[in-house]
Design a protein around this ligand. Structure first.
Ligand SMILES: [Zn+2]
Length: 185
């Protein structure tokens, strides 16, 4: 039953979201800042590929050298045919383009795997799910989770003072989803 573990009232219960979104206090719940959802994690630090960055730098230097060679005076080159001259002038761009392309691809792959490898967003989603299930008693001005709302085998929580509410969201998320962590690693 969705009743407050302290006063037994079923009427007084608000969901955490209702209380949080009730900015003018008309529902009579605790102030919104006391029941705020878990803060979203900062995006994971951008992952870099060292090899990719080295190749991009080398590609940049090769490009500058190719640029120079394409316009710099080359005494005596007129005696060779046009194909040779074109090759001499433009040939330097090929290794530059290869180094730049491979470097950019390595860097993109590092960014993708860096993002996918971070466990933080999953954990935050679980905390959000736990937060969504929290109830707030308007009479006691405290939080609780009714029997079985987090997981069928997790019984009703005791009444939780609001200063401990953010910590309890994290703790209950670990408890409700802990088995999944153990299975994943
Ligand atoms: Zn109560």
């Amino acid at each position: 039953m969705d009743v407050c573990p302290q006063c037994g009232s079923a009427e007084g219960g608000l969901t955490a979201r209702q209380a949080f979104e009730d900015r003018d206090g008309s529902l009579g719940g605790p102030p919104a800042w006391e029941v705020a959802p878990p803060p979203a994690p900062a995006p994971p630090a951008a992952a870099n590929s060292t090899g990719g960055i080295v190749l991009i730098v080398i590609g940049g230097l090769l490009f500058l050298s190719a640029l120079y060679r394409s316009v710099a005076p080359a005494p005596g080159i007129e005696q060779f045919d046009d194909a040779y001259q074109a090759g001499y002038r433009m040939g330097g761009f090929v290794p530059a383009a290869i180094a730049l392309t491979v470097g950019v691809l390595l860097q993109q792959r590092a960014r993708r795997t860096g993002r996918a490898g971070s466990p933080l967003p999953d954990r935050w989603k679980q905390q959000m799910a736990v937060w969504e299930q929290a109830r707030l008693c308007r009479t006691c001005k405290a939080a609780y989770w009714p029997d079985g709302v987090l997981r069928a085998d997790i019984p009703a929580s005791p009444l939780i003072p609001l200063d401990r509410f953010p910590l309890m969201v994290v703790t209950m998320a670990e408890r409700a989803h802990g088995m999944q962590y153990a299975g994943k690693r």
